[in-house]
Design a protein around this ligand. Structure first.
Ligand code: G4P
Length: 524
């Protein structure tokens, strides 16, 4: 490593980009990798005709460029910082893993399509970040297209997400008339389609162009200056502390596709996004990233979908210290130690770059079934476990049975293990003991089905019972079975807690009106 370890740690920036599908996450990631020198040409990675990138497309990039891009962690250096971008799968890959990945980052970038505003998946992912109180940076994308009014979009952040915003820059025109960005933070205007040496125009103390320029007569410029004036007077103040607490989101407008505003965004983001943060253990001890002892937690386990390889990769977010290949780590949950030599597999092509890693980095451990999601790994003698990862409220449910009843033993064993691993959530009906599985995304069911067949040799039948609103119950003793019915199914979760699965929000409200004494709550 080039620098002393504390400097290495302080230089880490580990974040995820959250967005609704099609907002431009893949496009901006590509541009960021380009600026980081991780790919040579930002325009060469073409999307499939469907316009959807599967996670494996990152592997394609990796193959093409031979760089450390993977489906899960992308790493590059910029301005003396080591940047780790964690992928949060969207589309059909959306699952609990997506949420859990957000437990491993120190900040999030929220991409919003300027024409669509805040979409359902953005909202869900935002809530998970906001629950952790991590800083959230907003990038409002596609300014090269006609979208909603900028002020309207900022109001939407406050109204729909409940987060206050500060515009770091402000668009001058949009769509075909998008001519630049009024950069409040750097006190300059950045012009679209202008050579780098002439691209920036200085602003004077009044917030107007310092030198005469043809742009000043356009209505777009005048509108932008007027809106910025309004924001200066009536908007929130820039406040670094509130950004760090996730109470205020800095907003950047731009266009990922035409690569406009992305570099300025990256530079400002790196300036204000936090270095690796401390984590709390179950007994409320704070583990400092700079403490010498290596520690981390497993936030994701990826099963190898190739039936010939039953191995898995356990992803560890390093919380403290330094990882070196060959070191021995302990998993306090099972009081076992593992020597991470041959069993360690990093997720980069270039093995040399990942022999060492420090707090803030993500490493992939080769797993033959020892690790569980949420496990703590420790390099030294201390004995602690990090706070448990949250369980998320599933929205999709299936009733599942073994196709061959003779396989029932394997069926239950398989389910038990996959549930423990965090691949899927388990419920059962009260008397009939039917197995109901819950998931955040459809992919989890597909992975479940595949793994039951390949790892436990059981073919399953899955009957969709659709999306449901799951609610746990504060005062279980007051629940009577008669309260359940067609629209409110009563089940138990794997810890034997009672859960109502409502057909929809209306059914839940109806229930609430009828039985106001029953106190319902959701997980995240
Ligand atoms: P995602 O990962 O968030 O799902 O979004 P992705 O980057 O794949 O972008 C979705 C679509 O939006 C793509 O078009 C992409 O080219 C387009 N896009 C992204 N950023 C911008 C932008 O700043 N301006 C405009 N005008 N479009 C943008 P597509 O036609 O679906 O795919 P492709 O075949 O062009 O790749």
């Amino acid at each position: 490593m080039d620098k002393p370890i504390n400097e290495e740690i302080a230089a880490r920036r580990t974040f995820a980009i959250i967005s609704h599908p099609d907002a431009g996450k893949t496009t901006i990631t590509e541009k960021l990798l380009y600026f980081g020198g991780a790919i040579r040409d930002a325009g060469t990675v073409k999307g499939k005709k469907s316009g959807k990138y599967a996670t494996s497309d990152w592997m394609e990039i990796e193959k093409q460029r031979g760089i450390s891009v993977t489906s899960s962690v992308m790493q590059f250096d910029y301005d003396g910082k080591r940047v780790n971008i964690l992928d949060t799968p969207g589309h059909e890959d959306f699952s609990e893993d997506t949420y859990r990945t957000l437990m491993a980052v120190d900040a999030a970038v929220m991409m919003i399509d300027s024409a669509k505003g805040i979409e359902p998946q953005t909202l869900k992912l935002f809530k998970v970040c906001s629950m952790r109180g991590i800083p959230i940076f907003t990038f409002i994308n596609k300014m090269d297209r006609q979208g909603k009014e900028p002020l309207e979009l900022m109001a939407e952040l406050e109204e729909v997400l409940g987060i206050q915003s500060y515009a770091m820059n402000y668009p001058i025109g949009m769509g075909k008339e998008f001519i630049g960005l009024y950069d409040r933070f750097n006190n300059r205007i950045e012009q679209v389609r202008v050579e780098e040496d002439k691209r920036f125009l200085k602003l004077n103390d009044e917030g107007e162009l310092a030198e005469p320029h043809p742009m000043t007569v356009t209505s777009y410029y005048q509108q932008a200056v007027e809106d910025v004036l309004l924001l200066n007077e009536a908007g929130n103040e820039f406040d670094e502390e509130r950004i760090a607490k996730g109470e205020l989101t800095p907003v950047f407008f731009g266009s990922a596709l035409t690569n406009f505003g992305v570099q300025t965004f990256l530079e400002t983001f790196l300036q204000f996004s936090p270095p690796p943060q401390p984590r709390i253990t179950k007994d409320e001890t704070v583990i400092n990233p700079y403490s010498e002892e290596f520690s981390g937690f497993i936030f994701k386990i990826q099963a190898n979908m190739n039936p010939a390889h039953r191995d898995r990769i356990a992803f560890v977010r390093i919380v403290s210290g330094e990882f070196e290949r060959g070191m021995t780590v302990r998993v306090p949950r099972i009081s076992k130690t593992f020597k991470l030599t041959q069993t360690t597999q990093f997720l980069a092509d270039d093995r040399e770059t990942v022999d060492e890693a420090v707090a803030g980095d993500i490493i992939g451990l080769y797993d033959t079934g020892n690790y569980q999601i949420g496990d703590t790994v420790i390099g030294g003698k201390s004995n602690f476990q990090f706070d448990a990862l949250p369980v998320f409220t599933p929205e999709l449910f299936v009733r599942v049975t073994a196709k061959n009843v003779m396989k029932s033993k394997h069926f239950h064993k398989g389910i038990l293990q996959l549930v423990q691993e965090g691949a899927i959530q388990y419920y059962r009906t009260l008397h009939t003991e039917e197995v109901i599985l819950g998931a955040v995304g459809q992919l989890q069911f597909e992975v479940f089905e595949h793994r039951m067949k390949n790892e436990y040799n059981v073919e399953v039948r899955m009957e969709h019972i659709g999306s449901k609103v799951a609610r746990w119950i504060e005062n279980e003793e007051d629940v009577k079975e008669a309260m359940a019915g067609q629209r409110a199914m009563l089940v138990k979760d794997r810890h034997d807690n009672l859960v109502f699965l409502f057909e929809n929000e209306f059914a839940m409200r109806w229930f609430h009106d009828k039985y106001p004494e029953i106190q319902l709550y959701s997980l995240l």
